[in-house]
Design a protein around this ligand. Structure first.
Ligand SMILES: Cc1cc2nc3c(=O)[nH]c(=O)nc-3n(C[C@H](O)[C@H](O)[C@H](O)COP(=O)(O)OP(=O)(O)OC[C@H]3O[C@@H](n4cnc5c(N)ncnc54)[C@H](O)[C@@H]3O)c2cc1C
Length: 350
């Protein structure tokens, strides 16, 4: 239950969110509070009721602000990583939500704890990672997660969600759906393998295997994998510090085998992700679909699809959130008309 506290709330007014989102969109929050302790979080929850709307912000690497936010932005910066339990083979670590995701990855790689090295260099915070079940290079957060701890915004009640209760899917979880805007993730626990052997590493993903090159896969370490992923990402993705973006703007659409076959007949060059055995749906490469519609490198005003990665929309400087959103809608429309497939936005539109 929420209890009123006397702590002074460090709420600021009319704060620019430009430094807090990787698109670099310049909108203002009516009210803004940075939360670094659980006491401050309790206090914030007590005050949240006084605002019509509130929004939890981590690293701002998966949001597109399309207007000023007329409520309270809660910038979560709870820190701390600890070993929760361990045995000879596995370690369970607990990380607070405000830790940078990639700091956590590096912390584990340094200790030779395997499981999240393929997720190296993904921007953002630990707390947002379960929200969209981050994934890259054949690995998703759900592969190592034990549970998510959170606090309910309305009541202040603390909850623990097991992996099953998180209902993870492709860039999806209960926190994006039924519990959207209801639960603030405060920490997560991951179960990682100590000193993994090469056979435990996930290196079958084409780009990683190619990057590891001549190195015998049987001799690879998690540091090798992490460094390979870092090199690939740096060569392929625009750095938000130089060019505003939020990574992939759209999810790869999942369609039935019939639809995939129909498109493949018409466009034999379309690459297909290997279908999982007995899976009812097939993923189509959104980047390829967008590229075929002529969007790769296309610029409209201050925004457009990146020259190397059509899936990544960028802010060339001074773009408004609405400009980027309109471009995203135009891309959706082109893909729908050409392929009959609806692209779903991965980025959260606020
Ligand atoms: C260059 C680049 C590359 C990327 N590559 C990948 C990739 O390979 N794979 C991938 O999956 N993603 C990728 N992303 C997207 C992004 O990094 C992830 O979605 C990341 O988890 C977002 O973290 P964040 O802290 O920035 O979240 P924010 O952008 O701050 O928030 C995202 C959403 O989560 C909610 N949220 C944030 N924190 C909490 C919390 N503690 N409790 C409850 N809700 C919360 C917010 O309200 C919002 O709805 C990339 C982004 C960029 C810019």
């Amino acid at each position: 239950m929420l209890v009123s506290r006397e702590l002074p709330m460090n709420i600021q007014h009319d704060v620019s969110l430009k430094p807090y989102n990787t698109f670099g969109i310049d909108v203002f929050a009516h009210a803004f509070v940075g939360v670094t302790t659980h006491e401050e979080l309790d206090d914030t929850l007590f005050h949240v009721c006084g605002f019509e709307r509130s929004f939890v912000l981590g690293g701002g690497s998966n949001v597109l602000f399309t207007r000023n936010f007329d409520g309270l932005v809660v910038h979560l910066a709870l820190r701390g990583i600890r070993v929760y339990s361990e045995d000879d083979e596995f370690v369970t670590i607990e990380s607070s939500a405000g830790e940078r995701w990639d700091d956590l990855v590096q912390y584990c790689v340094e200790r030779n704890w395997g499981g999240i090295e393929n997720l190296s260099l993904i921007p953002g915070t630990v707390g947002a990672a379960p929200v969209q079940n981050i994934g890259a290079y054949g690995v998703e957060l759900q592969d190592t997660i034990v549970c998510v701890q959170g606090v309910m915004r309305q009541t202040g009640d603390q909850r623990i969600f097991t992996r099953e209760q998180c209902r993870f899917g492709y860039r999806d979880s209960v926190f994006k759906r039924e519990l959207r805007d209801q639960c603030i993730v405060t920490s997560i626990r991951l179960r990682l393998r100590k000193n993994p052997r090469a056979e435990h590493l996930s290196v079958r993903y084409g780009a990683i295997a190619a990057e590891l090159g001549q190195k015998l896969l049987s001799e690879c370490t998690i540091r090798d994998v992490s460094e390979a992923v870092r090199r690939i990402r740096r060569s392929k993705l625009p750095n938000p510090a130089e060019l505003g973006n939020a990574g992939s703007f759209f999810k790869n659409p999942e369609v039935t085998h019939e639809v995939a076959e129909r498109i493949k007949r018409e466009f034999p060059a379309m690459p297909l992700f290997p279908a999982l055995k007995d899976a009812p749906l097939v993923k189509l490469p959104a980047g390829w679909l967008i590229e075929q519609c002529g969007w790769k490198g296309k610029r409209i005003g201050n925004t457009g699809a990146h020259i190397q990665q059509a899936l990544v929309l960028v802010n060339y400087g001074g773009a408004s959130g609405n400009e980027v959103f309109a471009c995203a809608q135009a891309i959706q429309e082109s893909v729908q008309v050409r392929f009959g497939v609806r692209l779903e936005m991965e980025v959260n539109i606020v």
